[in-house]
Write a new protein. Sequence first.
Length: 92
Amino acid sequence: MCETETFSVDESWLSRQPPSAEPKGTLELSHTLAAQEREMIEAALRESGGRVSGPSGAAAKLGIHRSTLESKIASLKINKFRFRTASASKNT
């Protein structure tokens, strides 16, 4: 509200720095979540011998669909083949 017909702003109220595209906390949270997601996926792949699908696959261990896990593996640039074991390779 304004007491007169002219609205004025004190310059001290204005920031001199241009606003960033994303707040710093948002970027840090995003990186932290991606790192945690990567750790969980890699642990599940390690436990499953590199298998993504099936009852003993990483997707089942994480409780998500195979296609969702495949998408996350691709977006996080995880090499799922480095977790393959000899027994997992025979069953694929």
